[in-house]
Write a protein that binds this ligand. Structure first.
Ligand code: MSP
Length: 642
């Protein structure tokens, strides 16, 4: 079986991901699903790029350790991929111990081979990009990647001999024009970096702590990009005990990346691989950015759009469809909520949704829901059939070029043609006096929709399944069946269902989407406010608190308070009365005879006129579930807890 290995960049878990970030991942997922359908043995790696000054600073700002800080965001990223049904095979966190170990081994290997040496660095540092730049590389005195101001820095550093790879990389581009696509990006690399000759690259930082240490010189931390790029091979087990996947899938087929990180992937990464004597990936494809009204999306600009509200309101398939259809993968595109709703209405509700509901409704009405055999043929039928069986190859050709938008357009041409076939054949007229022709038309419609369900599967799996369910097909879609005619069995009973994409109301739904997104942006801004450090106590302060085990002897309703119980508890030889507010969670009969934990030296108080002498301990989560604390094994009441 042929292998196919695809990666997305690994994301900075410095904040929640917005729709721009989901772009590469959705595309990589569509590509993987598509290749799988074509019979490839696929492997898909994504992950998070957790080290570096940026993360360290963001964590410090809110009083967390970098690990505590990233853990929460990494969970949210994994949740998002789950919601979007992204089927990655390996999620690499650069803080994974096995990844860190291999990054160190790679560094040592390069050092021992003389590819890395120690020297002093003086340069212009861009903190957001974590990159040093020479004076000539600056653009108007600013970082050439992001345009932000840089600061002068001098430090002892290890250097990778990148300069010796200038010609080798130029040769690589020359011999493999498909190594970097679109073509314009290759020209950029040649003109902006390679023609003037590469400089050696500083690959350690001594001023930054949050990262992988150089094992033989621990005051140096390995440059985040060496750490991050390595995930493409550590994700396959390179340098680890089990490196089966590495042997099987490397060299990778394609790294999908955003346009601003092309230099790292097509100059630094191949040079590192050459230095390690490893084969190079076959291709790097650089996609454009999703902008918001031609501006870069960011939380601080207040124009960020999150995927969650879109998915919640309109479903994952509508979201994925829009991402893959609206934008040309290699170019920038502007997101607009209005365009999103327009496209949903035109392409999904009108074109696809209507085709499915009109067809199933007519089969229901005219043929009792049963698909009947073809009885006649004419040119209209053969035109439709030809177009239907030829679409798959066109889709394949576009996907080969990562042109997801035109691949979908090909499928929609077929959908629109099929809707036209209904208008041309007028089944409602045939129903009056031409049952044979009607049966034929209905079969052709159902069979074309079956083909459509196969073709959209890698893009919109849920919709594909729903269409097949409505058509009465139980089998999973098989890619090869997308270019065959006559697979739908005569006698199949259709299941009319709800509209697969209900029509949206431009005004109301736009407002709903805007409100939901704004609410989430606000929530996320607020949740990132600095949190107070937890106050620490000394062991002496803890010792002041006296905790004991106690057996519940009785539990009565409080005479004056609905929510309280009055307990009698046995603590060794002593009996105590404690008032507690746990009535909502326990019945008295569940508690009598149970051993719990109480604080015995709380100042006594009267609660609604009843004396309370201590407190029973309980744990409560954020969903108001509560449970009383007890000991693991039974122990005498009155035992001391320390
Ligand atoms: N951590 C590095 C990648 C290391 S790969 C070895 C990084 N992370 S990132 O989180 O900033 O970006 C991850 C990807 O998201 C990049 O490919 C970037 O281009 C992409 N996008 C971020 N914003 C985007 C848009 N608005 N539109 C499209 N893609 C965007 O870079």
């Amino acid at each position: 079986m042929k292998n196919f290995y695809v990666t997305t960049p690994i994301f900075y878990p410095s904040d929640n991901l917005h729709i721009g970030h989901t772009y590469t991942t959705v595309a990589a997922d569509v590509l993987t699903k598509f290749k799988k359908k074509q019979g490839y043995d696929t492997f898909f790696v994504t992950g998070t790029d957790e080290h570096g000054q940026k993360i360290q600073e963001a964590a410090t700002k809110i009083g967390k350790t970098p690990k505590e800080y990233v853990d929460v965001i990494v969970d949210s990223i994994k949740d998002l991929w789950k919601t979007l049904e992204i089927d990655y095979d390996k999620f690499v966190r650069t803080t994974d111990a096995d990844h860190e170990k291999v990054v160190q081994d790679i560094f040592v290997k390069l050092y021992e081979k003389g590819e890395i040496y120690k020297d002093k660095y003086e340069g212009n540092y861009c903190t957001p990009c974590e990159s040093f730049w020479s004076d000539t590389q600056l653009v108007d005195g600013n970082c050439p990647d992001c345009g932000r101001p840089v600061e002068k820095k001098e430090e002892e550093s290890y250097f990778f001999r990148l300069s010796k790879y200038t010609d080798k990389i130029l040769e690589l581009y020359k011999e493999n024009p498909e190594f970097l696509r679109p073509e314009s990006r290759m020209k950029e690399m040649i003109n902006n970096f390679l023609n003037e000759g590469l400089e050696d690259l500083s690959v350690t930082r001594s001023s930054m702590d949050w990262g992988v240490k150089v094992p033989f010189d621990e005051k140096h931390t390995i440059y985040v990009w060496i750490d991050a790029l390595s995930c493409y091979i550590t994700g396959l087990g390179y340098g680890m005990e089990n490196d089966e996947n590495f042997k099987k899938y490397w060299p990778g087929n394609v790294h999908l990346v955003g346009k601003e990180i092309v230099r790292f992937h097509t100059i630094i990464w191949p040079a590192i691989l050459m230095a390690l004597d490893l084969p190079l990936p076959k291709e790097v494809f650089a996609h454009g950015w999703i902008l918001f009204e031609n501006d870069k999306m960011s939380k601080s600009k207040g124009n960020v759009i999150y995927p969650e509200p879109i998915i919640e309101l309109f479903g994952i398939d509508a979201f994925k469809y829009f991402l893959m259809r609206e934008f040309s993968f290699g170019q920038d595109g502007s997101f607009s909520k209005k365009k999103f709703i327009q496209r949903l209405n035109s392409d999904l509700a009108n074109d696809l949704g209507n085709l499915v509901s009109r067809t199933t409704a007519m089969i229901d009405k005219y043929n009792d829901g049963i698909v009947v055999e073809i009885k006649t043929t004419d040119n209209l039928d053969s035109d439709l059939e030809n177009m239907a069986v030829n679409t798959l190859e066109k889709v394949e050709a576009f996907i080969e070029k990562y042109d997801f938008s035109n691949a979908l357009e090909e499928i929609w041409k077929l959908i629109r043609r099929t809707n036209k076939y209904i208008d041309e054949t007028e089944p409602w007229v045939l129903a009056k006096d031409n049952q044979d022709r009607l049966d034929t038309v209905l079969y052709n419609l159902a069979e074309t929709i079956r083909i459509v369900s196969v073709l959209i599967d890698p893009f919109m799996n849920k919709t594909s399944i729903e269409i097949r369910r409505q058509l009465g097909i139980e089998l999973e879609s098989n890619w090869e069946d997308g270019k065959k005619w006559g697979i739908l069995e005569v006698g199949t009973k259709v299941n009319r269902g709800d509209a697969i994409f209900p029509r949206l109301d431009m005004e109301k739904d736009l407002l709903r989407l805007e409100e939901a997104n704004e609410k989430l942006v606000k929530e996320r801004i607020e949740s990132k406010q600095p949190v107070k450090q937890e106050e620490l106590i000394t062991i002496d302060e803890f010792d002041k608190m006296k905790l004991k085990t106690a057996e519940i002897i009785s539990c009565e309703n409080h005479p004056n308070a609905d929510k309280l119980y009055v307990f009698k508890l046995k603590l060794g030889n002593e009996t105590r009365q404690i008032v507690s507010g746990i009535k909502k969670w326990y019945k008295p009969e569940d508690l009598i005879g149970k051993k719990v934990i109480v604080i015995t030296n709380l100042q006594p108080i009267k609660l609604r006129g009843v004396d309370s002498n201590g407190m029973i301990l309980a744990a409560e989560d954020d969903e108001e579930n509560l449970t009383l604390l007890s000991t693991l094994e039974d122990i005498k009441s009155g035992s001391t807890i320390s």
